[in-house]
Write a protein that binds this ligand. Structure first.
Ligand SMILES: [Zn+2]
Length: 106
């Protein structure tokens, strides 16, 4: 993915946003991010999901579908807390980016 380092945080927030609403799984998330202009391969998204789980933001369970399994993720209390903080920061950033004059300069 182009500009991966810069956009990775936004993608993680996007994942957290949907995982706060209900369970998500990798392929669904790849399609959802695709609607928002992010082209992610499973090789990029899955390690991201695993990392977020390792850091305590997501928890997961395995669901059996026929002969295969898929892993469902949802936000943990820590994930919800981080999302609330990040949303406030995003709101502030968006305001500054679109209307610099509305933000007090130091
Ligand atoms: Zn979305």
């Amino acid at each position: 993915m182009e500009h991966h380092d810069l956009l990775a945080g936004l993608i993680r927030l996007h994942v957290l946003h949907h995982a706060a609403d209900g369970e998500i799984y990798g392929q669904w998330m790849i399609e959802e991010l695709g609607h928002h202009g992010y082209k992610l391969s499973p090789g990029t998204l899955y390690p991201m999901l695993h990392g977020m789980e390792r850091n305590g933001y997501l928890s997961s369970r395995k669901e059996q579908i026929g002969r295969t399994f898929r892993r469902l993720y949802r936000a943990t209390p820590l994930g919800l807390e981080a999302l609330a903080i990040a949303k406030a920061r995003v709101r502030e950033l968006v305001r500054e980016v679109h209307d610099p004059a509305s933000v007090d300069q130091p």
